[in-house]
Design a protein around this ligand. Structure first.
Ligand SMILES: C[S@@+](CC[C@H](N)C(=O)[O-])C[C@H]1O[C@@H](n2cnc3c(N)ncnc32)[C@H](O)[C@@H]1O
Length: 182
């Protein structure tokens, strides 16, 4: 069984506590966005990363299967900086991207391998797949340890699907980022 974030708790996704434990600037620095990039933030929630990404990237899609999340993202999207998409990225994302990013999504997925194959299909030449998630250890909050996906397992998955230049970055005591290039 995967652990599904309760969409009614969307406010928790942008609290001062979360900003402390999941520092946006540090993530942006680690993933090296630039102004020519098209980014898909898949499982974007209310846009915790989509909006900051849109300050740098050329185009940012905020994609989520939850209507509640996309409605909330739209309320915050007054300047239309993010392109919201409700539904399955496989069908709805109509162009290739330079960065396919997920934050705290992969532990929710029933079939991570298939999701990853589909994500790679959406990457442009040399595009990068980036998974940010909870380290697989007790951190006092977040999904239970057994639901979490270890960063080493993400690295192995990326290797098995032919991604290259893989980086396994410990963001802090709680979160990691794994980055792989097509
Ligand atoms: C814990 S929230 C994280 C939201 C956001 N990435 C953040 O870090 O603030 C996980 C989100 O992933 C979404 N999600 C789960 N599976 C998904 C899928 N297959 N495609 C798109 N979104 C998905 C959920 O609806 C939820 O909004």
């Amino acid at each position: 069984m995967s652990h599904i974030f309760n969409e009614k708790h969307f406010k928790k996704l942008d609290s001062p506590e979360r900003r402390k434990i999941l520092p946006i600037d540090k993530v942006i620095e680690s993933i090296q966005l630039d102004e020519n990039m098209i980014v898909a933030d898949v499982g974007c929630g209310i846009g915790y990363f989509s909006f900051p990404f849109s300050q740098t990237a050329k185009k940012v899609y905020g994609i989520d299967i939850s209507e509640v999340m996309i409605e909330e993202l739209e309320k915050r999207n007054k300047d239309k900086l993010v392109i919201p998409i409700l539904g399955d990225f496989k069908e709805k994302l109509s162009e290739k991207v330079h960065v396919f990013f997920t934050s705290t999504v992969i532990h929710e997925l029933p079939d991570l391998k298939q999701f990853t194959r589909d994500a790679i299909d959406k990457l442009d030449v040399d595009g990068r797949l980036i998974y940010l998630d909870f380290q697989k250890k007790e951190t006092g909050f977040g999904p239970s340890v057994e639901k979490r996906v270890a960063s080493d397992d993400v690295v192995q998955l990326f290797e098995s699907l032919g991604l290259k230049d893989i980086e396994n970055i410990e963001l802090n005591d709680v979160f990691y980022l794994v980055i792989g290039k097509k």
